[in-house]
Structure formats: C-alpha cells, structure tokens
Write a protein that binds this ligand. Structure first.
Ligand SMILES: Cc1ncc(C[n+]2csc(CCOP(=O)(O)OP(=O)(O)O)c2C)c(N)n1
Ligand SMILES: [Mg+2]
Length: 915
C-alpha cells in the first residue's frame, strides 16, 4: 500500500466484491446467444467508445424496466438533472414578480444580520446559507407549502436552522413582522425579539420544528411522516393532505441522525415526505466533499435506500449545451469535475470557468467559443433556477409509493459578492461593509428601492418592503391565500378533543399488590393497559418501545393492542398459537421501533407535539432502558423540550444495582442528573406503584387538562419485585411536590433520625429502620423522595425570592419545612449517584449524609452490588449511627458494632475511584 502524500487511492488495486459476480452461479441456457450479445457490446466499445456503450446499456435498461422484467436500477446516473427539459412542467407563476420578491427578501435577510452585528459585535447570524437557498424556499412558499387557515391541517415544514433570516425577511414582507422585529433579530431578552433559529419555545406562535442541531430536523421529519401515517391508519386524523418537507444542509448529512433512518421512510412508503438537500458544496470550515461529489454520493445512498432521487444540478442555460453534447463530452467533464473545483469556479470568473471547466476537453471548449465570459458566468446552478426547482417540487409532490429527495446544487453566499460567494469562510461572515451592500444592491437591481445615499458612509442600511398595493405584495399574499395562509405559523387549535381518563383506570395501582410481589415496571404495564382500555382516551395512548417490550413485560399487550405495521402482517408469526404472540396490524397501537432509541425519540416527539402540529393531542409513553435514554438521545430530548412536547418518558430497568447482571454499560445511576438538566422535564424516581400512578395521573392532568403546560415527565421504573403497598391517605401532594413522610419513627426509641429513600432503595431503608430500632434504640422516620429535582427547583426559587426581597420575611423551602422536625441526622439512600440527593443538600436542616452509587457499574448479584456501592441496609444503619456518634449522641462503639454486625470492610475500595 502506498501511503505517500499525494498518492491517489484510485491508483491502488483494491480487492472488492463486484455486484455482478453473482452471475456465475446462474445457468446459461444459450451460450451462443450470450456471446453474440457480448460481442456486440465489445464491438460498440471498440468502434464508438465507452460513452456510446454506456448510452446503449442505459437504453437497454430503460427498456427492461418498461417491460417489468425485474432488473435492478443503477444507483447512480450521470451528473445531470434527473428531469429532462422536455418533461419539465410549465412554470405557472410570474417569474419576474417572483424574482423581485426574492430580491427584496434577500436584501432584508442580509440587512438584518448586518444590523444585528452593528448593534453588538459578534452577535452572529448567517448570511450565506439563505443566500444559497432563497429560491428553494421561495418556490415552495409561492407554489407548494400549504398553510392551516380555514381548518386545513397544512404541511409540516422543517426549515434549515440557520436559513432563518430569509424566513423572517419574508414574514416582514407579509407584514407579520415589522422593522423593530428585524432589528431585534438575536436580541430576545427585552421581548419582541426574533430567535436565532427555529425555536418554538421562544417564538411559540411562529416556529413549529426546532432544527438547528444538525441531523435532528431530518430524523424528526422522517418519524413525523411515519407518525402522520400512524394517525391516519388508526383513523385518528386524516393526514392524507399533509406533506412533511425537510430542508437539509449538505454538510448536515454527515450526522448519523440524518441518514440513519432513511430506509425506514422507503420501507414504509412514506410518499408524504420530501427532503430538499441544499447542495451548496460547503459546510462551515470548507467543502463538504472537495475530492468527490456530494450529489453523486447522496444519489447512490438514497436510491440504494429506495427513495426517489431528483437531481437539480444545472439551470436552464445549460439545456442547449447539453442538447448539443452529441459525443457526451460535456457530461463527461461535468461528471469528472470534483466539488472542490466547482466551488472554486464560483469564487473566480467566467474566463476561469472557460479555461478550467470547458477547457478540460477541446470539444467542450469549442461549445462556448462564441460565448463571452459574462455569458459563461451567467450559467446558473439548478437550485438557483426557479423553473428547475419548480419542476422538481411538482414532480416530488406527485410521486407516490416512496419518499423523495431533491438534491439541489447551489452556491453558498450567492449574490453576496466576490468576498463571500463560495469562499471557505463564507459561513462565518456576518458583516458586510456599506461598499459590499452597494454591490449587493447592484446585484439585486434595487436601485429604486434602496436610494444610493442610504448607504453613504457608515449609515445604517435600510430595509425595504413593497407597499400593500404593489403588485409584489398582492402576488405574494394571493399565493399564500390559495395555499391556505402564511407560514411558518404555530397554532395550537383543538381539531379533535381529548377526554381525560377517570379515576377507575388508576384504581388497580392504588390498591397495591396484596401479598404478591410486583415491580414498578409491571405495575406500569398494567396501568398502561388500563389506560388504553379507557373509552375515548385509550386510543390516544401511544406506547413506544425500541425493542425491549418483553424485558418490561409489555408482550402481554401485543395481542390486545397490536403492533403497528402499515402493511399489516404478511406472515403467520412463529408464536401465533401463544397468548403473547407477536401480532402486527395496520391499525396497531404499539410502536415497536426496532433498536433505535433516536428513532423512538423522534417518534415520541411527533406524538408529543401532535396536540399542536395536528390539533390532535396524543399521549405517548416511550419506555426504554433508562441507560439508553437521556444519555443516548439527550439532544433529541432537548429539541423535544424546544418543540414544547407533552408526554411521558419511562426509564425502565433503572438503577445502578437493581439491573443486577448487565454491568457497566447498562446500569444507570445518572439519568436523573441528565434529566434534571432539561428545563422541560419533570423527573421522578418513584418507589411504589401507587406513586408511579399518582405521578402519571397528575401528569395527564397537567399536560392535557384545562390549563395544559408544555412539560414532559420522566419516570424511572425498576425490575425488582416487592410487595406494592396500597396508597396511604393524603400523600398525593407530597408525591407530586417531591417528598412525604412514609412512616413515623418506631415507638419506644430514644434517638431520632430520618432516612430518605427513592426507587428500590426503599428496601434498604425499611430494613435499616427496623434494625436501628431493634439493635440501637434509634427511631428513624422514613421519607419517600419521589423527585429531588422538584424539591431543588422549589427551594432554589424560594432562595431567589428571599435574595431579591430582603425586607420581607424570608420564606422557607418546602423540603426544609418538611424535614424541620426530624430531630436528628438525615440519611438519603438511592440507586442513583450521590449527586441526585445532593441537589437538596443546602436546604436540609440537619446533618445530611448521602449514600449513592457513584462510579461505573459492574455485573453481580443485587446484594453484592449494593454492598459494593454502600447502599445496602448495613450501610444505611452505619451512616445513621456514625452521624449520631459525630453529634455526640452515641458512643463510637455503636459504629464498631454495626461494622461487625453487617460484615462491613472499612478499607473497601471507594466505588467512585475503582477503575
Ligand atoms: C450538532 C451540530 N454541530 C455543529 C453545529 C454548528 N454548525 C452550524 S451550521 C454548520 C455548517 C452547516 O453546513 P451545511 O449543513 O452544509 O449547511 P449550509 O449552511 O451550507 O446550508 C455547523 C457545523 C450545529 N449547528 N449542530
Ligand atoms: Mg452546505
């Protein structure tokens, strides 16, 4: 292998499997006929060369496809537009008016970014992304994107995050925003600001889908399209009139989330999904594929995955050149040229393009010999040519049976002048001098609209919008009216009301498990089943699981609820005779997403935002291995918070020691820390089935009741069986606020303490309570902490209020009030990290000791794990005694006694530092 710098890998001899090697296994029925065909091909190659041979083969393949003889399609095509000019539909708009509208929008988009940076240097904003994609958006706005007026459900459009200046600039023309708004781009604190990117959390009447974290818009859009089908197939909503459009950057495709789920879209025939990939050949630092061609690479990937691929590479100016390309020389040059060169051409000039592009072959050079350099320079890229873009969108909206991707070639920073266009630094450029703006004005022919003197010296550049009686304004508004209203627009309007479940659904979990033992996970599954059975409400429940339904005991729901499979079940399942058979149905309710937490989270987000996106509130429950939740898909959860999602996330098999055998990569002791970082999350770690039920009942009311809030709930569930007690009287408020006294101290004890438990740590706490009373005369109260996050949030809010109101009487946080009367040390024990209880540390009005599971997990039995992490009953007893010793209430002998009673090794390694 030659590793020397500059050595091109194509010069290597690679050993690869060729797809046509299979042919040697097939029987040749007529070898003579076969040789005749092969000889004809050899003859064509010898006499007319490879171009002609390729042409003939492509023709043969076309005929073979027409005859339906079942040959595979090739996954790449030459570097030309997919739709030939003669098949382009007629452009129905007024090209001149649309061009003028685009120019106004381009101008305002640039000015708003520039002005923001004048106001405060470094505030940012992007000029070049929208400059490259203005045509892609504007053709959509004028002719395709459907709004939501008059009860229409509308399309769902995922805008590329950093193209927003152009979207605001259009809203300004539409008079939805005014100059003050544009001046407040990226200045949000004082109100009336425009958010940097599409953030429904910050602009809830405008933005619908957060996209700017690369890759999340694409994956969310796929699952959104799938979820629309789910709603439709379950007859909950007619989604047949809504397309999901997603605008993607060509650099963004390198995110695993972008391409990771594309085969799902074709497998499920999601022809309600259209992606537009803006192939401006650049990302932030440099070219996307300098040494190759991103469009060709993506064509192969998407076609291989079963998508329709529409390449929009060349503008109309190229059509006559291609028509005259009788020998295929131009197509060859187009195909051989790499993106790094294409980028360079647009940073140079017409003479350069003549020499370095057309000059690659004397035949192509001859094609433009009568052309001026300016004419060559004026040759457009397809994604900048509204006719070509219109044709692609029109075809895309009419195709059926598969999703469609449009690969549109553009120029990053187009029209922004030679210092910006196609430059590697273009993405980061956010300022233009007035001289550069004067150039832009020239380029956009805005001589009348932007007076020369308005750009004199260092004057602030003006915005421009045409008057309400101007043809441009009329045209723009008329087209939006035909398409049912202005976009983007987030309206929360109920199209199908949701009836909340009554108390009956919860009766079972509140009653406890009697003498039988059960885990909170199985209790949850029963509750889920009960909720699904509630008339009216039940069908709105969306159970989502990647692939562990059996682990969580949910296989009991397969037959009753059925697994969603858009094409039904085409086979008899192997376990058809069993009660827990794997039953799939086109109207199935359970979403078995397969092993993709990202996909499941995207599906959950679609369901959790359906109340707004469709006006049909759905109640999703996404159940996952708690380790592979926030840690794995934290950024999608963050985007869901931004999207104002409402629903339930359930981290099952939680705890560092409860999931005994699985070891380091499975045992979750920290998802509650991660969950607490998401401002939309209400995180709970219940110990008992009735607590879990209370939280879910409260959550449903809070998210779907009369005064709904845009939060979502995270609950951890465990797989450890113990008797589930019935719900005691009057504990609801404490469960929701985060803590309540579970039992008083045992009678007849002298010394006092309190033990706080959560999750399965209740078992150690309860054992410790009786040992402390029996052997040491210590009466420990037991407190159940369902949410340290809630306690902390409340306490921090009180602390802040006290800080800001020094003259008022200080308020006391809930947790401090509740624990005030304990009269001894407080020990918290959890199957999560010590950091979880630490959240309330400074508000506990007593000596506070925390036992938690810091460090990496490992596989072993529960008892040994709990000893290793020092959260078993012996360690709880020891912690209480030791604190009492330090307080001088007990002699040190008590601790020594406990050490020997429980066989504790004081020199055992600290779990946090065992590597
Ligand atoms: C997950 C993530 N990583 C990094 C970024 C920072 N970032 C913003 S835009 C950008 C480049 C985008 O390039 P491309 O997708 O080609 O979009 P273009 O602007 O060229 O249309 C990067 C890296 C981000 N927004 N999200
Ligand atoms: Mg790009």
């Amino acid at each position: 292998m030659n590793n020397s710098p500059g050595h091109h890998p194509d010069q290597e001899e690679f050993r690869r499997v060729l797809p046509d090697e299979f042919i040697h296994q097939l029987y040749d029925q007529d070898p003579t006929e076969t040789s005749e065909w092969l000889e004809s091909l050899d003859d064509v190659v010898a006499r007319h060369g490879p171009t002609r041979a390729r042409y003939l083969l492509a023709k043969l393949l076309e005929r073979a496809h027409q005859a339906n003889i079942g040959v595979p399609h090739s996954i790449t095509t030459p570097y030309v537009n997919t739709i030939p000019p003669e098949d382009e539909p007629e452009f129905p708009g007024d090209g001149d008016l649309e061009r003028r509208i685009r120019r106004f929008i381009r101008w305002n988009a640039a000015v708003m970014v520039v002005k923001a940076n004048h106001q405060e240097k470094g505030i940012g904003g992007h000029l070049s992304t929208f400059a490259s994609s203005a045509t892609l958006y504007e053709v959509g706005f004028n002719h395709f994107f459907r709004g939501k007026d008059n009860g229409n459900p509308g399309d769902h459009i995922y805008f590329q995050g950093h193209a927003v200046p152009g979207i605001y600039a259009r809203a300004f023309l539409e008079r939805r925003l005014d100059e003050a708004h544009l001046d407040n781009f990226r200045f949000e604190i004082g109100g009336n600001g425009l958010s940097s990117y599409p953030h429904p959390r910050l602009m809830p009447d405008f933005w619908e889908y957060p996209t700017v974290s690369m890759g999340l818009g694409p994956i969310n859009s796929i699952y959104h399209a799938r979820f629309n089908r789910y709603l439709h197939n379950r007859t909950l909503d007619d989604t047949s009139e809504s397309k999901v459009w997603c605008f993607v950057g060509d650099g963004e495709v390198d995110e695993p989330e972008t391409l990771g789920s594309i085969s799902l879209a074709s497998r499920e025939k999601l022809d309600n999904l259209i992606w537009v990939i803006n192939c401006n050949l650049q990302r932030l630092d440099g070219p996307v594929r300098g040494n190759g061609k991103i469009i060709q690479e993506l064509e192969a990937v998407f076609r291989g995955a079963g998508w329709n691929v529409l390449k929009v590479i060349w503008g109309s100016g190229w059509d006559p050149l291609l028509a005259a390309d009788h020998e295929g020389a131009l197509v060859q040059v187009m195909t051989d040229t790499v993106d790094g060169e294409y980028q360079r051409y647009k940073a140079e000039n017409g003479a350069y393009v003549r020499e370095h592009f057309f000059g690659k072959d004397p035949r192509t050079l001859a094609m433009v010999e009568d052309w001026t350099d300016d004419q060559i320079w004026a040759l457009r890229r397809g994604g900048l040519d509204y006719r070509k873009v219109y044709a692609a969108y029109k075809v895309a909206t009419e195709l059926s049976g598969a999703p469609t991707v449009i690969l549109a070639k553009t120029i990053k920073g187009w029209t922004l002048g030679p210092d910006v266009e196609g430059r590697n630094a273009t993405h980061q450029i956010k300022e233009l001098t007035n001289a550069q703006l004067r150039e832009l004005r020239e380029r956009l022919y805005l001589h009348e609209e932007i007076p020369e003197e308005s750009l004199a010296g260092d004057r602030e550049p003006p915005y421009f919008r045409p008057a309400e009686d101007s043809p441009e304004f009329q045209y723009l508004m008329e087209h939006r009216k035909v398409l049912h209203g202005l976009l983007p627009s987030r309206v929360v309007r109920v199209r199908s009301p949701l009836t909340l479940p009554g108390p009956e659904a919860f009766a079972e979990v509140y009653a406890g498990s009697g003498k039988a033992e059960a885990s909170t996970t199985t209790a949850f599954t029963r509750l889920l089943r009960n909720l699904c059975r509630v008339p009216d409400f039940g069908p709105r429940v969306v159970p989502i699981v990647p692939d562990e339904a059996r682990t969580f005991g949910m296989d009991s729901l397969f037959r009753e609820l059925k697994i969603y499979a858009p094409h039904g079940q085409l086979y008899e399942p192997v376990d058809a005779k069993l009660l827990l058979s794997y039953v799939e149905a086109a109207n199935g309710q359970i979403l078995e997403e397969g092993i993709t937490e990202a996909g499941s989270m995207a599906m959950w987000t679609a369901a959790a935002t359906s109340y707004a996106n469709r006006g049909v509130a759905m109640v999703p429950f996404f159940i996952f291995y708690s380790m592979f939740g926030f840690q794995r898909v934290g950024d999608l959860a963050w985007a869901a918070g931004d999207a104002r999602a409402r629903g339930f996330l359930l981290g099952a098999t939680a705890g560092r020691t409860t999931l005994a055998g699985e070891g380091l990569q499975h045992q979750d002791g920290h998802s509650h820390i991660l969950a607490a970082t998401n401002p939309a999350t209400e995180a709970y770690d219940p110990s008992f089935a009735y607590e879990m039920g209370t939280i879910i009942e409260h959550g449903i009311r809070r998210m779907y009741g009369d005064d709904p809030e845009d939060v979502f709930f995270y609950l951890t569930l465990y797989n450890e069986n113990h008797v589930q007690p019935p719900r005691p009287e009057g504990v609801e408020a404490g469960i929701i606020s985060g803590l309540y006294r579970w039992t008083q101290a045992p009678a007849g004890t002298l010394l006092r303490a309190a033990i706080l438990f959560s999750g399965t740590a209740n078992l150690a706490a309860r054992a410790a309570q009786s040992d402390l009373a029996e052997h040491y005369g210590v009466g420990a109260e037991l407190w159940s902490v369902t949410s340290y996050q809630k306690l902390r949030d409340e306490a921090a809010a009180i602390e802040r209020w006290n800080r800001l109101h020094p003259r008022e009487e200080a308020k006391v946080p809930f947790v401090s009030r509740e624990l005030r009367g304990v009269g001894g040390p407080v020990v918290a024990v959890t199957d999560f990290m010590k950091l979880v209880p630490d959240q309330i540390g400074r508000w506990v009005p007593a000596k506070f000791i925390i036992l938690g599971t810091d460090g990496f997990g490992r596989s072993d039995g529960r008892a040994r794990l709990r000893r290793f992490f020092e959260i078993d009953a012996g360690h709880v007893v020891l912690a209480v005694l030791s604190a009492l010793v330090r307080e001088g209430k007990l002699g040190p002998q008590a601790v020594a006694d406990a050490i020997s009673r429980y066989g504790i090794d004081p020199e055992a390694p600290n779990s946090r530092f065992v590597h």
